[in-house]
Design a protein around this ligand. Structure first.
Ligand code: HPA
Length: 277
């Protein structure tokens, strides 16, 4: 744990209270409103030295700490992407802070393009694995042996099962699939999409993979859900643009919010049961 992270965690606890956070959630493009549902305090990233500027429109650059469905959460309303500043480890400090606040779990959300006809715009996908098509890594430069992070089951099987149960309970159709990280900020060419589809990817996006690598490095369990905002390049006549992403993200976001709330509600009741027994 870096000194910065400990200092930031102390600063955050002084504002939001000492109770340990259970789960951290990172919100993707067009998903920022989920932070508004949290009963707690919002701390602007600008007040947290070293936090990213989160300069992408459609993001909400606040850290919100409080209760959602009875579970204490830390919601990162925006993320930094590799393409903003060339740093694949841009989310390292926020995730270190999440750990220092007591969390053991990170759930990332993102907007993504789909390579599968049964995952149209407006659908959601729970990541089962990823392909790091960027060749970048947030742990390059990390000097300790901890950098050799195993990535089998990086998307925690128990978390995935619980998210799947939450989707079933709320009658939300949620696909399972493999996400390919493409660095951006330009979108992919149709040839690149054909290539990653051939390699086994189901969806493509510009985030999440470095965060999951960092989460595993820091000992956080990880899960991630994509909202499909478009068919990937060359697969439909639909326009691909950031405007389009922001416009279509709310369709999937409503489903994602239902699943996340049900999932958190389930955690709360499991905690109560654990306390009783
Ligand atoms: N490609 C990469 N990132 C994305 C896309 C896409 O098609 N849609 C939303 N984010």
């Amino acid at each position: 744990m870096s000194k910065n992270a400990s200092a930031l965690a102390a600063q955050i606890k002084a504002i939001a209270g000492d109770a340990p956070v259970r789960i951290g959630m990172i919100l993707g493009s067009g998903l920022g409103h989920i932070a508004d549902a949290v009963d707690g305090v919002a701390i602007p990233y600008a007040d947290l030295p070293g936090f990213p500027h989160a300069g992408v429109s459609g993001h909400n650059p606040n850290l919100v700490i409080g209760d959602l469905e009875g579970v204490r959460v830390a919601v990162f309303g925006g993320r930094a992407h590799y393409y903003e500043n060339g740093r694949a480890d841009a989310m390292r400090l926020p995730l270190e802070v999440l750990r220092a606040l007591g969390a053991d779990t990170m759930i990332a959300t993102n907007a993504a393009g789909s390579m599968r006809a049964d995952m149209p715009t407006g659908s959601i996908m729970c990541l089962s694995d990823h392909i790091n098509f960027s060749g970048l890594n947030p742990l390059i430069g990390e000097p300790t042996d901890a950098r050799f992070v195993p990535m089998k089951d990086a998307y925690d099987p128990d978390l995935r099962r619980a998210l799947r149960a939450a989707a079933d309970e709320t009658a939300v159709v949620m696909a399972d699939g493999i996400y390919a990280w493409y660095s951006g900020p330009s979108f992919e060419t149709p040839a690149e999409i054909r290539a990653i589809a051939m390699l086994g990817a189901d969806a493509v996006g510009m985030s999440t993979v470095p965060e999951v690598i960092l989460a595993r490095f820091l000992g956080l369990k990880a899960a991630a859900i994509s909202t499909i905002t478009n068919m990937a390049a060359g697969l439909s006549d639909e326009a691909i643009s950031h405007e389009h992403t922001k416009a279509t993200a709310p369709i999937g976001a409503a489903k994602l919010e239902k699943v996340l709330r049900q999932f958190l509600g389930g955690l709360r009741s499991r905690k109560v049961i654990n306390m009783v027994h």
